[in-house]
Write a protein that binds this ligand. Structure first.
Ligand code: ADP
Length: 319
């Protein structure tokens, strides 16, 4: 191969820029030409592209968001549209496409690969919920952002003898809630992977209160319950005074943590090495201590579940 394209797609995540930088510079190091595609799959339809050199990806490793912009492109679900994109990729003489994004973006890459375009995916999403990898770029930063916020909220919760309910991102996965909950010493976490019993939660909170615990942190993944409903339920079923914070988009922004900038760079290296070795239609990932490339079809079946022991430990340590 001589020339590759790179794009970011779906929800942005801290570390995407570090991945763009890694892909671009490592590819150039290996003698490849690199084209950046603007706003994800949409750029392949609107023909918005730019050549990337070492300098064009300078001073972005520490920045949140993505310099190539990103988009959710619903048209891309249609095969006719995918064909147009594939034609454009061929026309531009890109021999392969590196896609940085989440599960949806991976399905888009898979669609292009079915049309004969070699693609490779670097996992970039704060949710840590992709097949074929135990880690996605952006997760560590998001957890740290939640932790910082929880620590601030805790200061006032403690002063006022309150239960602080904090809603975090995670529509299908409770990784952010669980990891932030563990790090922040939450009393309970509600995650989509476990059936939510607000009755049990209130029993738990009441018991803690009887044990003279003065303030409690409850972290709720948006996919498990609505924070507002949890607060209403606690109000209706206990004498405690719950407050609600919905963290929202702050979790998606910010400079990547050291871990995310490092993982983005290592994933980028593996992506380019794989393409050069003729291995494509794969998602790059970390499994155990190793960085590997897993074919899409296998990755779909290879989902790493939430750590059940960690879930139990949060509850055990939180009271
Ligand atoms: P993420 O990549 O963060 O999971 P989305 O689910 O929004 O974000 O997916 C990003 C984009 O990937 C979508 O807007 C669409 O362009 C493309 N995409 C998602 N699912 C598919 C699919 N089944 N087939 C083709 N393209 C898809």
């Amino acid at each position: 191969i001589n020339k590759i394209g790179v794009l970011t797609s779906g929800g942005d995540a801290p570390g995407m820029n570090a991945a763009i930088r890694g892909v671009t510079r490592y590819a150039i190091e290996k003698g490849l030409e690199v084209t950046g595609i603007i706003r994800g799959y949409e750029g392949l339809l609107s023909h918005e592209i730019m050549p990337l050199n070492r300098r064009s990806v300078g001073a972005i490793i520490h920045r949140g968001g993505t310099m190539l912009r990103t988009a959710r492109c619903l048209e891309f679900l249609e095969e006719e549209t995918q064909k147009k994109a594939a034609d454009y990729i061929r026309e531009q003489e890109m021999d392969a496409l590196v896609v940085i994004g989440g599960d949806g973006s991976m399905r888009g890459a898979q669609a292009l690969s079915r049309l004969g375009i070699p693609t490779i995916v670097i996992p970039g999403t704060i949710d840590n919920d992709m097949g074929g990898t135990e880690y996605t770029v952006g997760f560590d930063t998001a957890v740290n952002t939640v932790l910082e916020s929880v620590n601030k909220i805790r200061d006032t919760a403690f002063s006022h003898d309150r239960v602080a309910v904090i809603e975090v991102m995670g529509r299908h996965a409770g990784f952010i809630a669980l990891y932030a909950g563990m790090a922040a010493g939450a009393e309970a976490v509600l995650v989509p992977e476990h059936e939510v019993s607000l009755e049990d939660l209130c029993t738990h909170l009441n018991e803690s209160h009887r044990m003279k615990k003065m303030s409690s942190i409850v972290i709720v993944a948006e996919g498990a319950a609505k924070g507002a409903d949890v607060v209403d339920y606690i109000k209706g079923h206990t004498y405690l005074e719950p407050t609600l914070t919905v963290l929202g988009y702050v979790q998606r922004g910010g400079s990547p943590s050291a871990k995310d900038a490092i993982m983005a760079s290592l994933f980028a290296e593996k992506a380019i090495d794989s393409l050069l070795a003729g291995t494509y239609n794969c998602v790059i990932g970390q499994i155990g201590e190793r960085i590997v490339a897993t074919p899409y079809t296998e990755a779909e079946r290879l989902h790493f579940p939430l750590d059940e022991n960690m879930y139990r430990l949060v509850l055990a340590l939180g009271r």
